[in-house]
Ligand binder design. Structure first.
Ligand code: WT7
Length: 648
């Protein structure tokens, strides 16, 4: 047996929902009898009117559109809460672990979450919210974040969660784009012992957001805030004034559930829209198949609710399945590197789902912090967000999981709603670094740059050939952009923007983005966004941003900046520009390196040749690595760039 192959352990092969044979048969039916398969699978949800229609989608320009279960009617909060009350009303739905290890964790039963959500929903209604209205949620990782999502779902309002690390400007842009009428926030967030001034960020953002009529504030830290008369209210005060009971709004399967902004290769972030029936089915089914969830297990997805992973795998998937889901307010390595493992022991976590960047940071600290804890409760380990390097995979498997826990490497995107290519613990032999095989109904293909489908063991662009229930439905306010972005590069197919290799066993190995999107610590960033922020500074004439390999973050941000006046180039301005980007977008966009460049490599038609900039940032500066530079308008700029490269 070659070393890089981990067969399904016997106990898993016998005890899991899916074994190899079942997975193969299930997959075959999901593509051969797609509608029949999906109407059966839809039965795992509670419908007010069950659907009789399944897939009515088309990727072709003539009749383009994504539509699933269109005649079905349901409510997401009923599926996540009400339907569990009889059987497991007193079971813990949410465990909340605070930032500080000295503070008390909180537990909410399904009945308690249901009560909180109903009151919250009535507070939203009292603030004027109606079905279809957009509500922006800008909260830390506190239980109210989960309540807020479900409260919107209960009344049919569309939530748009903005990650609490984003700046007031970034928040403002996301509120304006979807014309939110209500913002839900907290006085402050608390991460790694530091306070984050969320409410005052909202105040700054709202100077330019006339659509917002009401701000609902959660008292989280008790920090000082300014409340605007007639606009801002405290959640806990309003909750006392409203009824305890809130009937759930019947929603068509294709009614919107949420918008989540994500970065693309061009322009401003796109509002990815997910709808009700298909998304919830995808969240629930993939959560069960990937993590083999069993009643009573404690399941922990260590993501933030501000990203799609938090939506699908902290809130919607686990709660639809009646799980106990753990929410952690803080960061994995604060106050010490042992924190994450201590939480596993404290709450007897069975499944841990985290990102490669966190694992690499923890791995760097040695094994002692891990070995100082028991982790005997762990049965399954998941990863998501970026390609996991085989060293980190092996460390996770051997040191963290003591060779006993399958590693579930889930490849997917904000656009896909949930896992697309991933192992199932009882069914899939593992290879470190491979996300393995497609989920039911997912038809991946690898195509060359002309769009020709490549068979067998090969490498190229990863596309998906047909719709699946969790697929995004549109870009909010710009359906044409949805079509242009995802369905025109390779007509008739969904373009993922990722490259992939397929080996002789049919396993997929994601090689990373093939477009101008970079992945910094599992956070997706458009190079164009960082460039736009840089050129807003008065000293900057032009900027070009690329990713480069980074030991911990996966990719770092490298910015080439042309100044209006080259004489201003100094370390002081470098620092100023780094802080400028942090303030414009948020700390996740902090450039790792800024190189002042009197000229950028451009073709005669003025297009920046990023290929060359990427090579230089990577430290590949030989003539061979840089390739043909003869088509540049001024080939000599390359020598200057190579000579002034930043970093080691
Ligand atoms: C991009 C999507 C998936 C939810 C969190 C990120 C990269 C994600 C993996 C993985 C290799 C991965 C891809 C993808 N990615 N998971 N397991 N292996 N790459 O969602 O912010 O929409 O980013 O993250 O490049 O396109 P996102």
């Amino acid at each position: 047996m070659p070393e890089d192959f981990f067969p399904v352990p016997q106990a898993w092969a016998e005890g899991a929902y899916m074994d190899r044979g079942k997975r193969e048969a299930d997959y075959a039916r999901s593509v051969e009898d797609s509608d029949g398969y999906w109407l059966d699978r839809a039965g795992r949800l509670d419908w007010m009117t069950p659907p009789t229609l399944a897939n009515e989608s088309s990727f072709a320009e003539a009749d383009f559109g994504i539509k699933w279960f269109a005649d079905g009617v349901l409510n997401v909060s009923v599926n996540c809460l009400d339907r569990h009350l009889d059987e497991r009303g007193d079971q813990t739905a949410i465990i909340w672990e605070p930032d500080s290890p000295d503070a008390e964790p909180r537990r909410y039963s399904y009945r308690q979450v249901h009560a909180e959500v109903c009151r919250f929903a009535n507070v939203l209604k009292a603030a004027g919210a109606k079905k279809g209205d957009r509500i922006t949620i800008y909260l830390p990782m506190i239980p109210e974040a989960a309540f807020a999502l479900l409260a919107c779902a209960r009344i049919g309002a569309i939530h748009s969660v903005v990650f609490g690390g984003f700046s007031p400007d970034a928040l403002c842009g996301r509120i304006q784009d979807c014309d939110s009428t209500i913002v839900v926030t907290a006085d402050e967030g608390c991460r790694a012992g530091r306070k984050v001034a969320l409410k005052s960020n909202v105040d700054a953002a709202l100077k330019d957001c006339p659509s917002v009529k009401s701000v609902i504030v959660v008292k989280a830290t008790g920090g000082d805030v300014v409340m605007a008369e007639g606009r801002d209210v405290w959640l806990h005060e309003e909750a006392e004034k409203v009824a305890a009971d809130c009937p759930a709004e019947p929603m068509q399967a294709e009614d919107p559930l949420f918008i989540l902004y994500t970065s693309g290769s061009t322009g401003k972030p796109k509002g990815v829209l997910h709808t009700t029936g298909g998304y919830l089915l995808w969240a629930s089914l993939t959560h069960e198949l990937c993590f083999d969830y069993r009643p009573g297990d404690v399941y922990w997805c260590a993501a933030d609710i501000g990203w799609v992973t938090g939506h699908t795998y902290i809130v919607y998937g686990p709660l639809a399945n009646g799980a106990t889901t753990l929410m952690y307010e803080g960061v994995p390595n604060h106050p010490t590197s042992a924190r994450i493992w201590q939480i596993v022991d404290r709450h007897q976590v069975r499944t841990l789902f985290t990102a490669p960047t966190a694992l690499r940071a923890l791995m760097k600290e040695g094994d002692d912090h891990v070995k100082a804890t028991s982790r005997a409760s762990l049965r399954l380990l998941g990863t998501v967000g970026e390609p996991i390097n085989p060293e980190a995979w092996r460390w996770y498997h051997h040191v963290v999981g003591e060779d006993r826990c399958p590693i579930i490497d889930t490849w997917w995107q904000t656009e896909t709603g949930g896992a697309m290519i991933a192992p199932m613990p009882g069914a899939t032999d593992l290879k470190p670094g491979s996300a393995t095989l497609p989920m039911p109904g997912v038809v991946p293909q690898i195509v060359d740059s002309e769009g020709k489908v490549l068979d067998g063991a090969t490498e190229g662009n990863l596309v998906i050939a047909q719709s699946w229930p969790g697929q995004m439905r549109t870009v909010w306010g710009d359906h044409d952009r949805f079509f242009q972005t995802y369905f025109t590069t390779f007509p008739g197919k969904y373009t993922t923007g990722d490259g992939a290799r397929r080996d002789a066993d049919g396993y997929y190995w994601i090689t990373g983005r093939v477009d101008d999107v970079i992945n910094v610590s599992g956070h997706r960033m458009g190079t164009a966004e960082v460039e736009s922020a840089l050129v807003l500074h008065e000293s900057v004439a032009e900027a070009a941003v690329v990713g480069f390999p980074h030991d911990i973050k996966g990719q770092g941000i490298y910015a080439y900046v042309t100044l209006n006046n080259d004489d201003e180039a100094n370390d002081e301005l470098r620092k100023t520009l780094i802080n400028w980007v942090r303030r414009e977008i948020g700390p996740i966009a902090t450039p790792d390196a800024i190189q002042f460049a009197p000229g950028l490599p451009k073709t005669r038609s003025g297009k920046i040749m990023r290929r060359i900039l990427r090579k230089i940032a990577e430290g590949e500066v030989s003539a061979q690595a840089l390739g043909d530079t003869s088509t540049l308008a001024d080939p000599s700029v390359v020598d200057n760039l190579v000579a002034n490269r930043q970093g080691g």
